[in-house]
Design a protein around this ligand. Structure first.
Ligand code: ZN
Length: 231
């Protein structure tokens, strides 16, 4: 059991992208003990993994943990309409992705004694993907309650990017620009962001020129790391 003086904890699904990095900074700013959880799988861009590891060393994480879903990223269920005739192009897609990821976050929360689980889904995600929409989170919360495990049933599900207005995130981007330049948003596995995939275009739309998209080539310097650690 946590002592009364200990800080409340939150497990954050952390990809090394702009959205989850903003969430890490925001949750730490709330005074929470933030536990980063990175899910590795086939076809995840190597630069994104590298960015997540580099950023994890600079962010004020209480812990950083990686789970590897070896052999699971083989596409959606074969009877799913999007799967028909497109197997090769869908490698890297994980069936029921968010159910798997959030369940792993809940599992990790129990391991570290956190009270909340969080991810950087945007309001746009909720419009585009059924497993980022309100109905999905109702089911998730219900399955956690039905687990019969008290600590899982009482977990709070957090979507920070839904909780605060765009102006808040613009201020965060302005404040942490150099660090955020080291995040990686591109879906493609290139040495530099392609600038053309949905994620790159979305990043350009949200962050504009305020935040460079360098990946780890931008790096984070020692002084920045010190400042974040000192928060
Ligand atoms: Zn891209």
């Amino acid at each position: 059991m946590r002592s009364a003086a200990a800080r409340a904890g939150c497990v954050l699904l952390f990809s090394g992208g702009l959205d989850s990095t903003l969430c890490a900074l925001h949750l730490a700013g709330e005074g929470l003990e933030v536990h980063g959880l990175s899910i590795l799988h086939e076809r995840r861009p190597a630069e994104e993994v590298r960015a997540a590891r580099t950023l994890a060393r600079g962010l004020p994480f209480a812990s950083y943990h990686e789970v590897h879903l070896r052999g699971l990223a083989f596409g959606p269920p074969v009877d799913h309409p999007v799967a028909r005739g497109r197997r090769a192009s869908l490698e890297g897609v994980i069936a029921h992705r968010n159910l798997v990821f959030w369940s792993l976050a809940a599992n990790r929360a129990r391991a570290v004694g956190a009270d909340a689980i969080a991810a950087g889904h945007t309001p746009d995600d909720a419009r585009s993907y059924t497993d980022s929409a309100r109905g999905f989170f109702r089911v998730l919360q219900r399955t956690l309650r039905d687990s019969g495990i008290r600590e899982l049933g009482s977990l709070t599900v957090r979507l920070p990017l839904h909780e605060r207005p765009a102006a808040h995130w613009r201020r965060m981007m302005h404040r942490h620009g150099p660090l955020l330049a080291a995040t990686w948003s591109c879906w493609r596995d290139g040495r530099a962001p392609c600038g053309d995939c949905f994620a790159c275009r979305q990043r350009e739309r949200v962050a504009g020129r305020a935040i460079a998209h360098n990946g780890t080539k931008g790096g984070i310097d020692g002084a920045q790391r010190q400042r974040l650690r000192a928060r």
